[in-house]
Design a protein around this ligand. Sequence first.
Ligand SMILES: Cc1ncc(COP(=O)(O)O)c(C=O)c1O
Length: 453
Amino acid sequence: MWLGTQRANAAGNLEIGGCDVTRLAAEFGTPLYVVDEALIRSNCREFSAAFAARYPSVVVCYAGKAFLTLAMARIVAQEGLSIDVASLGELYTAVRAGFPRKRINLHGNNKSREELEMAVSIGIGHVIVDNFLEIEMLQAVVREQHKSMNVLVRCTPGVDPHTHKFISTGQADTKFGFNIKDGSAIEAVRRLLASDGVVFDGLHCHVGSQLLDTQAHEGAVDALVGLMAEIERRFGQSCKMLNIGGGLGVRYTEDQRPPSYDEFAEVVTSRLKSALDRAGLKYPTLAQEPGRALVGEAGTTLYTVGSIKTVPITEAPGHRTYVSVDGGMSDNPRPQLYDAVYQVIVANRATEKHDQIVSIAGKHCETDVLIWNVAAAAMKTGDILAVQTTGAYNHGMASNYNRFLRPAVVLVNDGAADLVVERETLRDLLRKERVPQRLRAGGQRRSRSLSAK
Ligand SMILES: Cc1ncc(COP(=O)(O)O)c(C=O)c1O
């Protein structure tokens, strides 16, 4: 499977963005996240165009949680998209990248006062309110700052997205949003309409992630239009914006076939238009929040192959070959979290047949197998292994488990390779640590007492 600008070059090596990845591995070390800028840019354009061609007013808002760095925020801003952030850190990153503030939206099921204060003081586009506590906090913050804030109400439409339970959010039993069926959503709208400074602009939902069909989105559109009609009926208030979240899937393996942007846009917009027409409602701006669909296939992780071991399989006759690489669950926790699957290319044998079945193991003190039973070219120690479709929720979810150093990120485009995140150093690991005086050799000074007297 060749994704984006991936191809085999004349030397038989994998190339991405016109860069031979074996040279990237030599220059920047491994593990290494390689990000295909041209693919991200064309995805942003094509996703937006697919909706703009079918619906009068569209906003595409990149879900920053999928992959966010200063450089990424700049690419998204240059492509004219909005961005959604889900924490103080994501908000800070977008602001420091110079992202236009009115195109930033803040999410979260338990926003802190600090997050709301920052959002209001810098004047972002929308806060997506999630619960009654947050509405009260936001009302207090806008009062204090003598400002106003536009909001969307996050609703749970009660649809089952048929994806891994950790990335299902549209069903009724979820921590996110206001339930439509039990009346919480309409009550949230009522309170907002009665409040000064917090301005109700419309509705939001996000049904789940890595969806390979459009069923859940269709159900969500129906549920939200139903709620829009009720808001109109009860309060005479129309919704300016309807945000249906993200969720469109990508290809982790060749047999996965997510709808194309055009197919997705066709289903969503025709369903929405006919539901609005039936209900006699004005067309609101349709907002989307794709994350994975814009960056997932644009990321590739490079590893160096280390130990290779063939062992007998215990539960059946046969053998399994474990190919261990120099990363694992610290740079990609998704296999452990969601049973995620991947495909690989042996970067320095990119034209060789995938005629071996191997399991790619990480090097953590866990059974952190990154990929079970994947087809690959025959490998030797020292080869460079490329794991595909690691652009979303990999760099952002990386950790220092086992005190590993988080990998660098390199942005490639048209033969240029730019470091956008440096590899962590051993110094970085200890930078925030302190040793109390009493633990130092010969140390006498008492620690500050925090015990209640
Ligand atoms: C509110 C919201 N919007 C958008 C997204 C992006 O989802 P995806 O990356 O599947 O498009 C998420 C993901 O968790 C989300 O929670």
